[in-house]
Design a protein around this ligand. Structure first.
Ligand code: CO
Length: 278
């Protein structure tokens, strides 16, 4: 069994998106694409000026957006008629398919906002499918707990705990893990998968080989392998995200990710013509 080691340790860059929401972007910049993952943003601030503008109405096509709220509240609304308030611990897993137009606006005027948005690519055969939602309220997320760790299972499986996202083409694993100092977290991962860790806080040691210090908001791209071991150098919290690569060429055009340039031009044309939502 091949142990999983660190491939690259990456500090996110500070960016802004929507109407000036400050965030830390890692996937989408470096690496540009970690198949099937297109983008990872950590948004978070105690200063309302960094988030109050929110994400006014904008389109998406050809991707899945997975929003995981840790702190704060957002109101979301979209062209399928879906509407609701995202509260701390909630997950919104949206398969945009052929296209949705949505807005995500803060339902808070002060306090701390913290969360993640992940973009997952969709294969050519699903890109123009009907939009679909998986919404998981925080109290429906299954949690594994022992003296040394807590594992919230959003997708995939940890010990006897299984996530709500099932029958998915990339066979995703999405875990939110907290471990105590000196505790070890271990997981078997399919050899086919691309896997990364996003350290939220603390300091961890991954695999057997020596690597540079991993502290606070950091993306850690992992080698392919079967057995992952992570030790908490301090009390730590991190996300573990893994999925089967799609292996298709991609063309990006802002909120649209398709296979060819022509399909991007079509998406822009549909949006401008008002024929985007099917
Ligand atoms: Co969006």
């Amino acid at each position: 069994m091949k142990n999983i080691e660190v491939k690259k340790i990456i500090k996110p860059i500070t960016a802004s998106d929507g109407a000036g929401v400050k965030l830390k972007r890692s996937i989408g910049v470096d690496p540009d694409y970690f198949d099937p993952f297109l983008m990872l943003d950590e948004f978070g601030s105690e200063n309302k000026d960094d988030y109050i503008g929110g994400f006014p109405a904008h389109p998406h096509r050809g991707i899945e957006t997975v929003t995981y709220m840790l702190e704060g509240e957002f109101e979301h609304e979209d062209s399928t008629g879906a509407k609701g308030r995202m509260c701390p611990g909630d997950v919104q897993w949206m398969k945009t398919g052929s296209g949705i137009i949505h807005s995500e606006m803060p339902a808070m005027t002060d306090g701390r906002l913290h969360g993640f948005q992940l973009w997952i690519n969709m294969p050519a055969k699903l890109k123009m499918s009907k939009p679909e939602y998986i919404y998981i309220d925080s109290d429906k997320i299954q949690i594994y707990k022992d003296d040394e760790k807590q594992v919230k299972v959003i997708a995939g499986k940890f010990k006897n705990v299984e996530g709500k996202v099932k029958k998915h083409n990339i066979k995703p694993i999405y875990l939110d893990i907290e471990i105590k100092k000196n505790a070890t977290f271990s997981l078997s991962i399919p050899l086919t998968h691309n896997t990364f860790i996003y350290l939220i806080k603390g300091e961890v040691k991954i695999g057997d080989k020596k690597h540079e210090e991993i502290k606070n908001s950091t993306l850690i791209v992992l080698e392919k392998g079967e057995k992952l071991n992570i030790k908490g150098t301090t009390n730590s919290k991190f996300l573990l995200i893994s999925g089967k690569p799609i292996g298709e060429t991609i063309a990006r055009g802002g909120p649209f990710v398709m296979n060819t340039k022509e399909e991007i031009i079509n998406a822009i044309r549909d949006y401008n013509n008002g024929t985007f939502v099917r």
